[in-house]
Write a protein that binds this ligand. Structure first.
Ligand SMILES: C[S@@+](CC[C@H](N)C(=O)[O-])C[C@H]1O[C@@H](n2cnc3c(N)ncnc32)[C@H](O)[C@@H]1O
Length: 287
């Protein structure tokens, strides 16, 4: 489903490979110079490690393997392809950061409340907060289950951003952090049942303030769920602002603006549970 006015972009695999902050987001935010230098170092992945997109599950890096090849995903190692600016995961990250920057650009003056579920190391939003002129206005919460990733995110999070180590799949993880002005649902929808994706998209009115930005990701590998996901967000009152998909089958990044009627948060509601999906449904990077 394509919402009139939404930007829909399909890009080929030969995307210019760079994971850099876009012009205007070049670390001119509100950080002191020392912190700015550190943020710049974080924002520009250094090398070519993991060029094949493989990731270690046992300390090794099997040729041709991706992070999702084992039944139990190592969510710390899942981030390894981010070190390679040529990897599809890095290209997806670049688009996610672009959408986060655009959300900050659009945000009205005043506080910007962030909620990121399954935040990983926070590599999508924390460098943008560090660089964007509105970064000083951002407060909020990252929720991440893996203690290693939560610790990595916490180490980079500025004051005002709390990192909670816990299950993001229930509305209880959101209590006290909603309504959000920016909701990140990145790297979730490829790891859950379709019904969970629908339920999470339909929970947007519980999670978002009027005008909030929502950024989500999902692989477009067959069976491509993204048309239905876009429809579910539309049903929830999120007008699509952008949908960018790598072609052929690959990552995609959707962005929307909440235009519906907010609802109170329902305590104890299960939104999603991570599952082990069949191999053909795994893409090894973004999901
Ligand atoms: C595919 S990664 C995405 C990380 C990050 N959002 C990104 O896009 O860079 C999924 C993350 O979800 C975390 N995770 C898995 N189940 C979770 C749960 N129930 N609650 C919170 N985090 C969870 C994993 O540890 C992992 O860091």
């Amino acid at each position: 489903m394509v919402v009139p006015g939404a930007a829909v972009v399909l890009i080929g695999r030969l995307v210019t490979p760079s994971v850099v902050l876009r012009p205007g987001n070049d670390l001119r935010g509100c950080l002191p110079p020392g912190a700015r230098r550190r943020a710049r170092a974080r924002a520009l992945p250094p090398g070519t490690v993991g060029r094949d997109g493989a990731c270690r599950t046992d300390g090794s890096r099997p040729a041709g393997a991706h992070c999702q090849t084992s039944a139990v995903t190592d969510w710390d190692a899942w981030h390894d392809p981010y070190d390679d600016p040529h990897s599809p995961l890095s290209q997806r990250l670049q688009e996610v950061r672009r959408q986060i920057g655009a959300a900050f650009d659009r945000a009205p003056a005043g506080p910007v409340r962030l909620l990121s579920l399954c935040a990983g190391r926070g590599l999508d939003v924390l460098p943008v907060i560090a660089s964007h002129p509105r970064g000083c206005d951002v407060t909020g919460r990252l929720v991440e289950l893996d203690p290693r990733n939560a610790a990595a995110a916490r180490a980079q999070a500025p004051p005002g951003i709390e990192v909670i180590e816990g299950d993001a799949g229930t509305t209880d993880a959101c209590a006290g952090a909603v309504p959000a002005d920016l909701l990140l649902l990145c790297g979730i929808f490829g790891n859950t049942a379709d019904d969970d994706v629908r339920r999470t998209a339909h929970a947007v009115p519980q999670l978002c303030a009027p005008g909030a930005a929502i950024v989500w990701t999902r692989s477009t590998h067959a069976p491509d769920l993204t048309p239905r996901i876009r429809g579910w967000f539309a049903e929830a009152g999120a007008a699509e602002a952008s949908f960018v998909a790598e072609q052929p089958e690959g990552w995609s990044v959707g962005a929307g603006t909440f235009r519906g009627d907010p609802q109170p948060l329902r305590a104890g509601m299960r939104l999603f549970t991570f599952t082990t999906r069949p191999p053909q449904d795994r893409i090894g990077f973004g999901q």
